[in-house]
Design a protein around this ligand. Structure first.
Ligand code: HEM
Length: 412
């Protein structure tokens, strides 16, 4: 797009992402208005600053003194106002130093590289079981039959949700965070409340009978003589269900599609699974499951000759930064051997960098290896453009994507 198309996509409206993120508009912004001031119905002066270049996204993300996460980093969609009633301001991702630092130090104890590596064997078994469950079929929905199960089980394994409760917890998770337009606001708030009460009961139980799970670690961990309150742990439980499941599911779905649409890259990977680590980084860059987050300026700041005033919101568009030709050669090409690859799919650095990045990478490696090595003749059943995407201004991915195949090879 050399000139600006009209109508201009509204970056806050969920409907804008019905057919995927507006990459052409992002390119136009990067080239012509890299620190753009756009209209927004809910922010001060009805304005929203938007940064789309890789360097500017990094700059905002890393300057936590000037750009704060409070009151929350979510882009108001202009329909459900961010007035705090949804409890988003309590989430870890909405806190700033020093509270955020204290909380993160404690929570880090539950996310050590050792704890993540320990999950590896169980992840492999889960992945095998999910694919084995499809072995006598020739088609399924990639989202609901394949991609969503591993991330849901991984969080449940980490937190310590017993097998017999999982169907219920997964149903609450889908209703609360599933971006499913058919779920009514009442159903959503009932599911949220029930999940919160479930987390509370789990806390009570783990206080009495501690085990090795994350819930127990968080209940008993101490930093500088301080412990988390039960309420903080319950709020974290909710954030984890959301942050850990929606995101990784979309990496699996849109990542699989990206490989099917780039058979040469798929072939490279199938020939050499040692490429998986660079391939996962590239799939993260190319698909960018979390489109963007906002920050709120705490002081007047100048970026690119524009002055962002204290109190104004800035949108860091990760999906635009990940296609910035100033940071990546041939950014619209998928290159599973791309290295270095300083993508910003897990955030662009700074104190809120994705806590689950290593876990998501591990899930991606195991899932893509199994999908590529076990499904023979895998293909999309139709034109991907015809299938609904997630109804959200935050997460990019498919709501459903039918796939078909010739045969599933047994697990090795
Ligand atoms: C492909 C998968 C994932 C993507 C693309 C992703 C992306 C992100 C992004 C962009 C942020 C914000 C970073 C910032 O503001 O600087 C974030 C934060 C976070 N993510 Fe992830 N994430 C993924 C998977 C996970 C998983 C598996 C977990 C947990 C098990 C997780 C837990 C979190 C948490 C707790 C935060 C908030 C950290 C804080 O505020 O300090 N994420 N993630």
């Amino acid at each position: 797009m050399t000139s600006l198309e009209t109508p201009v996509p509204l970056l806050h409206a969920a409907g804008t992402y019905d057919h995927g993120v507006p990459y052409e508009y992002y390119r136009w912004l990067r080239d012509n208005d890299p620190v753009a001031c756009l209209d927004h119905p809910s922010y001060p002066g009805e304005k929203l600053w938007v940064v789309t270049r890789h360097a500017d996204v990094q700059r905002v993300s890393r300057d936590a003194a000037s750009f704060r996460n409070a009151p929350d980093p979510f882009l108001d969609d202009g329909v459900m106002m961010n007035d705090g009633s949804a409890g988003t301001s309590e989430l870890m991702i909405s806190l700033d130093a020093p509270d955020h630092m204290k909380l993160r130090k404690i929570i880090n104890k539950g996310f050590t590289p050792r704890r993540v590596a320990d999950l590896s064997e169980r992840l492999r078994e889960r992945t095998d079981a999910i694919i084995d469950g499809l072995a006598d079929r020739n088609s399924c929905d990639l989202v609901h039959d394949l991609a969503l199960w591993l991330p849901l089980h991984v969080i449940a394994d980490m937190v310590g949700v017993p097998e017999e409760d999982r169907a219920q917890v997964f149903e609450w998770t889908e209703k609360t965070f599933g971006f499913d337009a058919s779920v009514t606001p009442e159903e959503r708030s009932t599911a949220t409340m029930e999940m919160f009460m479930y987390a509370d009961a789990m806390c009570v139980e783990r206080e009495k009978n501690p085990s090795n799970d994350l819930m127990s670690v968080l209940l008993h961990a101490e930093v500088d003589g301080e412990q988390l309150t039960r309420f903080q742990i319950e709020v974290f439980f909710m954030l984890l269900q959301n942050a850990g499941s929606e995101t990784t599911r979309n990496l699996i779905t849109t990542g699989t599609l990206a490989l099917l649409e780039h058979p040469d890259q798929k072939q490279l990977l199938e020939n050499d699974f040692d490429l998986l680590p660079t391939a996962i980084e590239e799939l993260l860059r190319f698909t960018t499951p979390v489109i963007h987050f906002t920050r709120t300026a705490s002081v007047d700041v100048e970026i690119g000759g524009k002055t962002i005033k204290a109190g104004e919101r800035v949108l860091m568009v990760y999906a635009a930064a990940n296609r910035d030709e100033r940071a990546f050669a041939n950014p619209d090409s998928l290159d599973v051997r791309r290295d270095p690859n300083e993508h910003v799919a897990f955030g662009a650095g700074g104190p809120h960098f994705c806590l689950g990045a290593n876990l998501a990478r591990l899930e991606g490696r195991i899932m893509f290896e199994q999908i590529l090595s076990r499904f023979e003749g895998l293909r999309v059943d139709g034109d991907p453009a015809d299938f609904p995407r997630v109804y959200s201004n935050l997460i990019d991915g498919f709501a459903e994507l039918p796939i078909t195949w010739d045969r599933i090879a047994p697990a090795k």
